[in-house]
Design a protein around this ligand. Structure first.
Ligand code: ADP
Ligand code: MG
Length: 254
C-alpha cells in the first residue's frame, strides 16, 4: 500500500492499544483486561469469545464507552474517548454505537415503531423524518408488517429484531451486541443471526460478544479472550463493503 493510500484510508471503527482494566486495589485487585490491542475496520463482523470471567463484559463496557480503562488508548471512529466529558460521551454513544442486549430492553406497551423511534427522539429528530427512518430500520430487519405490535405480541426473535432496528436507526458506526441470542430458542436464534448476516453483507460493522460457537460461526473474524488477554484472532471471511480498494489486515493475529 502506498503512503498516499494509507493517508486516505478512513480511521478504523475501533482502535484499542494496550488497554488494561483493574477492579479494586492491592491484594484483592482483579486484572480484568491485561493489555488488549484490537483494531476493527469498517464493515467487519467480529465475534468476541471467552469463558465466563475472561473479561468479555469489561471489554464490551470499554468499547461501548460505558466504562473507562485504567491505562491504554481507545479511539472510537477516530475519536480519543479519554478526552471526553460525560455529556460528550453520551452524545458519542447515541450517535456512533447501536447497543443490542441479551434481554432486548424494549419498552413494554409501546409499539415496535415507537421503540425504534426512541433513540431518534433523544437525538432531537422529529415527526415524519423520525417515522420514516424507524420504518426503514424495521424493514431492514424484516419487520415492516409488525410496526404496531407491542413487545408482548412478538416472539423473542422478533423482539430482538426490533432491538436491532432500534440500534441501527441512528446509523451508528458500530453495532455492539452482548449475547444477543442468549435468551432465544434455536428458531429465534437462527432468525436473529440471519439478520446479522444480512447486515454484515451490507457492510455494517458488527461486534458480537458470545460464548456460543454457532453464533461465532456467522462472524468474519473470531477473537478469543483468556484471563483478560487476546489469545487468538482468526479471520474467517474478508471484510465486506465500502470503502473499496482498502485491504483488510489480521493485525493482532498470532
Ligand atoms: P466475562 O464477561 O467474560 O464473564 P467480566 O468482564 O465480567 O468477564 O469479568 C472479568 C473479571 O473481572 C472477572 O474475574 C470478574 O469477577 C471481574 N469483575 C468484573 N466486574 C467487576 C467489578 N465491578 N468489580 C470487581 N471485579 C469485577
Ligand atoms: Mg459477561
Amino acid at each position: 500500500m502506498t503512503v498516499q493510500a494509507r493517508a486516505r484510508r478512513p480511521a478504523p471503527v475501533l482502535d484499542l492499544r494496550d488497554v488494561t482494566k483493574v477492579y479494586g486495589t492491592g491484594e484483592t485487585a482483579v486484572h480484568a483486561l491485561q493489555g488488549v490491542t484490537l483494531t476493527v475496520e469498517r464493515g467487519d463482523f467480529v465475534a468476541i469469545m471467552g469463558a465466563s470471567g475472561s473479561g468479555k463484559s469489561t471489554l464490551m463496557n470499554i468499547i461501548g464507552c460505558l466504562d473507562a480503562p485504567n491505562a491504554g488508548r481507545y479511539l472510537l471512529d477516530g475519536i480519543d474517548v479519554a478526552g471526553l466529558d460525560e455529556r460528550s460521551l453520551a452524545i458519542l454513544r447515541n450517535r456512533r454505537i447501536g447497543f443490542v442486549f441479551q434481554s432486548f430492553n424494549l419498552i413494554p406497551r409501546m409499539s415496535a415503531q415507537a421503540n425504534v423511534e426512541l433513540p431518534l427522539a433523544y437525538g432531537g429528530i422529529k415527526g415524519a423524518d423520525r417515522r420514516r427512518r424507524a420504518l426503514a430500520a424495521l424493514r431492514e430487519v424484516g419487520l415492516a408488517d409488525r410496526t404496531r405490535h407491542e413487545p408482548n405480541e412478538l416472539s423473542g426473535g422478533q423482539q430482538q429484531r426490533v432491538a436491532v432496528a432500534r440500534a441501527l436507526v441512528t446509523a451508528p458506526a458500530l453495532l455492539l451486541a452482548d449475547e444477543p441470542t442468549g435468551a432465544l430458542d434455536s428458531g429465534s436464534t437462527a432468525d436473529v443471526l440471519g439478520v446479522f448476516d444480512r447486515l454484515a453483507l451490507a457492510g455494517r460493522t458488527i461486534i458480537v460478544i458470545t460464548h456460543e460457537d454457532d453464533v461465532a460461526a456467522h462472524a468474519k473474524r473470531v477473537v478469543r479472550l483468556v484471563d483478560g488477554r487476546i489469545v487468538e484472532d482468526v479471520r474467517r471471511a474478508p471484510v465486506t463493503g465500502p470503502p473499496p480498494n482498502v485491504s483488510w489486515t489480521t493485525e493482532g493475529a498470532r
